[in-house]
Design a protein around this ligand. Structure first.
Ligand SMILES: [Zn+2]
Length: 126
């Protein structure tokens, strides 16, 4: 499943960052997802939750920031929203020599670490 491999890749990157920061828990992961990345948000949510279990990301929220796809015509320089399904012919001159400006993003923008002292203390006293 496409979404499962994305979820696993995100978790792997965040786990590495957590190790570098010495973070104990993750509150939220902000992921930028382009319109043309082919991601089904509900499926990604589902896979993320499954794959997070028993990792430092358990219980964290995955927030998806969608990015609209945009293209530019090489011939006349016009820019337009590609939409879904993608329309890659220039609406100005009909040219097919287009350059994709945005829409394939799939990257972690931000990770919010949980306020770990509370969790750590609860563990020690429990
Ligand atoms: Zn054009």
């Amino acid at each position: 499943m496409h979404e499962m491999s994305i979820a696993l890749a995100v978790i792997e990157q965040v786990e590495q960052a957590a190790a570098e920061h010495g973070a104990q828990a993750v509150e939220e992961v902000l992921l930028q997802v382009g319109e043309l990345a082919g991601v089904v948000p509900q499926a990604l949510d589902f896979c993320y939750e499954l794959a997070c279990a028993d990792t430092v990301l358990a219980g964290s929220t995955l927030t998806v920031e969608p990015v609209a796809a945009r293209a530019r015509c090489v011939d006349c320089g016009r820019e337009w929203a590609v939409g879904m399904p993608p329309d890659l012919a220039c609406p100005g001159c009909g040219g097919a020599r287009t350059e994709l400006l945005a829409g394939r993003e799939l990257q972690i923008l931000q990770v919010r670490w949980a306020a770990d002292p509370v969790l750590a203390r609860a563990d020690q006293e429990g």
